[in-house]
Ligand binder design. Structure first.
Ligand SMILES: C[S@@+](CC[C@H](N)C(=O)[O-])C[C@H]1O[C@@H](n2cnc3c(N)ncnc32)[C@H](O)[C@@H]1O
Length: 245
């Protein structure tokens, strides 16, 4: 990780590739541990939104090791494409999917969310997880995500959040800035750097792009019936919307 990445708050494809390259092997376990077991709940809520739309095709963007994509395959009949900018994360996802026998309905594509390698309006639904902190222009990326969803199709996302009440925020800061890096260090140096990066990255994201502004950005991207659910005392948020006709 280079100093310039941290100064720029890590909003570049190159930064994301470097950050995630050494993480896949322990990603699933440490992802759950660092979210204090909440990631699985948030994911379920996100996938609830997708499967309720009864899609036949789903694109899962920033799919990483395919945790969300695999859950969608298991919970509905859809064919799912998992796309991510990190070849290492995708490779881990591919071998997990193969081991679970999910190969036939789950395929993988290397690609950048800012310029997806798909034509307009080809997917019935689209999910994305922990993505917008890594792109320089979240509005442009949201517009690009909405582009590949058919009119009436569903979009849903999951991201960390910062609790609003000052008491909870103080506890959240103590955890993310103090405890999380120490727990992450158990995974090695690369994980320690992630542990130190996450708290400031999440705070900076909401300073730059508060939740209300995000809801507006979803609407400007061509989505309606936009809603969100803040979960786990404010530590996570699931958002959803429907592609305009
Ligand atoms: C925290 S991981 C989340 C992985 C997975 N969705 C999950 O919930 O476990 C964030 C993922 O975003 C990917 N990513 C970051 N920037 C991206 C971009 N511009 N296009 C596609 N994927 C990106 C990273 O490579 C990484 O796999």
């Amino acid at each position: 990780m280079q100093a310039s990445d941290m100064d720029g708050h890590g909003r570049s494809a190159a930064f994301a590739r470097r950050l995630f390259a050494p993480l896949p092997r322990r990603y699933d376990v440490l992802g759950e541990v660092l979210s204090a077991g909440q990631n699985a709940r948030w994911r379920r809520r996100l996938v609830d939104e997708i499967v309720a739309a009864r899609p036949r095709t789903v694109l899962d963007v920033a799919s990483g090791t395919a945790g969300v994509a695999m859950q969608v395959v298991r919970r509905c009949e859809a064919r799912v494409v998992a796309v991510d900018i990190s070849p290492e994360m995708l490779l881990q996802g591919r071998s997990k999917a193969a081991a679970a026998g999910l190969g036939p309905r789950l395929s993988f594509a290397l690609g950048d969310a800012r310029r997806l390698p798909f034509p307009d309006a080809v997917f019935d639904a689209l999910s994305f997880t922990y993505l917008l902190r890594y792109v320089p222009d979240p509005q442009a990326t949201l517009t690009e995500l909405a582009r590949v969803v058919r009119p009436g199709g569903k979009v849903a996302s999951l991201e960390f959040h910062v609790p609003r009440s000052s008491l909870l925020r103080t506890g959240w800061r103590l955890y993310t800035h103090g405890v999380m890096p120490l727990i992450a260090a158990a995974g090695g140096g690369a994980w320690y750097r992630v542990g130190r990066f996450l708290g400031p990255s999440i705070e900076e994201h909401y300073r730059r792009f508060p939740l209300e502004a995000q809801l507006d950005a979803w609407r400007r991207a061509g989505l309606h019936d936009v809603g969100c659910r803040v979960m786990s005392l404010g530590a996570g948020v699931v958002m959803w919307g429907t592609r305009d006709a």
